[in-house]
Design a protein around this ligand. Structure first.
Ligand code: G6P
Length: 478
């Protein structure tokens, strides 16, 4: 029996907290990795919603609970579901397919069956918890069938879907044996949101070609009379919250401590990423090392701090990547480092937000060079934390954030020489230049924060012709 009846239900593969085993062997909770959680958390707090998701691990029968004022409904997963739905279809089929085939996607029929089964379970749970006429907001590539399944169970609901990763061009999406089912799954929503206009256009084109529905601009007309809108809503962060944290005394002290521990080099370069092959970590570290080899600067002048947050460690491609990065860092430090002065300070770990803010505060050059990325919130977090208008951002053209952060040093991550030039320019840039660029980027990030993103999505969802349901309060600004 359900214990809650909610006017706003969030459905995402993950809960914002992850079940972990503490040092003493007892279970505890930790903030989940990745951009999705960073973005949705503030919206949830403002809306008193209920969040359905997986808490990591295989614990069964976890009861709904509250954490930090959020109502969380844990969905358990069996080891087979983790293998088929999560590691398999979500992260070894869809993830590489949607990220420009940076790795080769695998297609397995058992993975698809598991994906369908897990989506059904999540849809059933949402149907059980949503109040009459409620809004259900479904998130990301792991849940693309939920909108249609949920609409069949509860036609009274207003359903929104948001994709946090890129939506690929038709030429790539076409490879998927279950392409039509996924498109139809998404069309169960009243509105499908994407990071960039290109993703929305790809989707509408595919729906026209593959499903045969009539479309006009950003609208799809279904035979049952419903209209589905596909539009772009570039996601963001709680910019004011990050800035406040960065300004705080403990974070300032910690930032100074970090620089001290690094030996007070002239410049600190920083990369913070989930350890994922889409992020371009390998090429970026090589580019930095070559600048030292070429004699542009020395390990006394500059250090690269690379934080790699452990991610999807059971998936083969991720294991291979970890070994490659381990080897590369070892080789670079072996060749170029001196006692107490490694060229790269490499941390394979996740950190609380305060520590991230301290790292952002301590870094002169932030390096974000993915081969493909839906948005990349780390780039925006860095900008939000640079309240003194200092610091340089080197950013891949292939991150969604590059559409907004035009004043970054933009790079093509496949072009190592181009990346070397950009890193060197950012290293050498004078105060006036970095200030001019950072000021403009800060304006963009402050104005388009995550509250503005959620408000825009909710307001547009309420206006889609033919959608039902009660209105949801806009998110409060912090
Ligand atoms: C990206 C995805 C999220 C995902 C996160 C962490 O941000 O868009 O859906 O939750 O990575 O990945 P994980 O596999 O650990 O959930």
């Amino acid at each position: 029996m359900s214990t809650v009846s909610a006017d706003l239900v969030i459905v995402a593969n993950r809960l914002p907290v992850d079940r972990v085993e503490q040092a003493d062997g007892t279970p505890g909770w930790r903030t989940s990795p990745g951009g999705l959680v960073t973005a949705i958390e503030p919206v949830m707090r403002a809306n008193d919603g209920t969040w359905i998701g997986w808490p990591g691990g295989t614990d069964a029968d976890l009861e709904p609970f509250e954490a930090d004022g959020m109502k969380l409904v844990p969905m358990s997963m069996t080891p087979e579901e983790i293998e088929g739905h999560y590691e398999g279809f979500s992260n070894a089929t869809l993830w590489p397919l949607y990220h420009d085939l940076v790795a080769k996607p695998e297609f397995h029929r058992e993975w698809w069956d598991s994906y369908v089964a897990v989506n059904r379970r999540f849809a059933e749970k949402a149907a059980e918890l949503a109040s009459e006429g409620a809004t259900v907001w479904v998130h990301d590539y792991q849940m693309q069938l939920v909108p249609q399944m949920l609409r069949e169970l509860r036609p009274d609901l207003r359903i929104g879907f948001y994709l946090h990763i890129p939506f690929p061009p038709a030429e790539l999406f076409q490879q998927l044996p279950w392409r039509r089912q996924l498109l139809e799954g998404l069309l169960g929503a009243d509105m499908v949101g994407f990071q960039l206009p290109g993703g929305a256009q790809n989707f509408v084109r595919l729906v026209r070609q593959r499903v045969g529905h009539k479309t006009h601009r950003d609208l799809v007309y279904l035979p049952d009379g419903r209209t589905v809108r596909a539009a772009a809503f570039p996601i963001s962060i709680d910019a004011a919250g990050f800035e406040e944290m960065a300004r705080s005394e403990p974070v300032a002290a910690r930032a100074a401590e970090i620089r001290e521990a690094l030996g007070n080099p002239r410049k600190v370069f920083l990369g913070i990423d989930r350890l994922d092959y889409t992020k371009g970590i390998y090429a970026r570290l090589r580019a930095f090392a070559e600048l030292i080899e070429d004699g542009h600067f020395d390990v006394e002048d500059a250090v690269f701090v690379q934080v790699a947050v452990p991610s999807r460690e059971q998936v083969e491609q991720y294991r291979i990547l970890r070994d490659e990065i381990d080897r590369l860092v070892g080789r670079i430090n072996g060749d170029l480092g001196r006692i107490g002065r490694p060229a790269i300070s490499y941390l394979h770990s996740s950190y609380p937000r305060e520590e991230m803010a301290a790292l952002y505060r301590s870094a002169d050059v932030m390096v974000v060079t993915p081969y493909r990325d839906g948005m990349n919130l780390v780039a925006k977090e860095y900008v939000a934390c640079r309240f003194e208008d200092t610091g340089a951002l080197v950013l891949s053209e292939f991150a969604g954030a590059a559409d907004e952060l035009r004043q970054a040093w933009l790079v093509n991550p496949y072009d190592i020489n181009g990346m070397k030039s950009a890193l060197l320019e950012a290293y050498r840039a004078d105060d006036r230049e970095t200030r001019r660029r950072m000021k403009a980027m800060r304006k963009t990030v402050t104005q388009n924060d995550v509250a503005a993103w959620a408000d825009a999505f909710m307001a547009d969802l309420a206006e889609v012709p033919g959608s039902h349901g009660k209105a949801v309060r806009p998110a409060k600004r912090s």
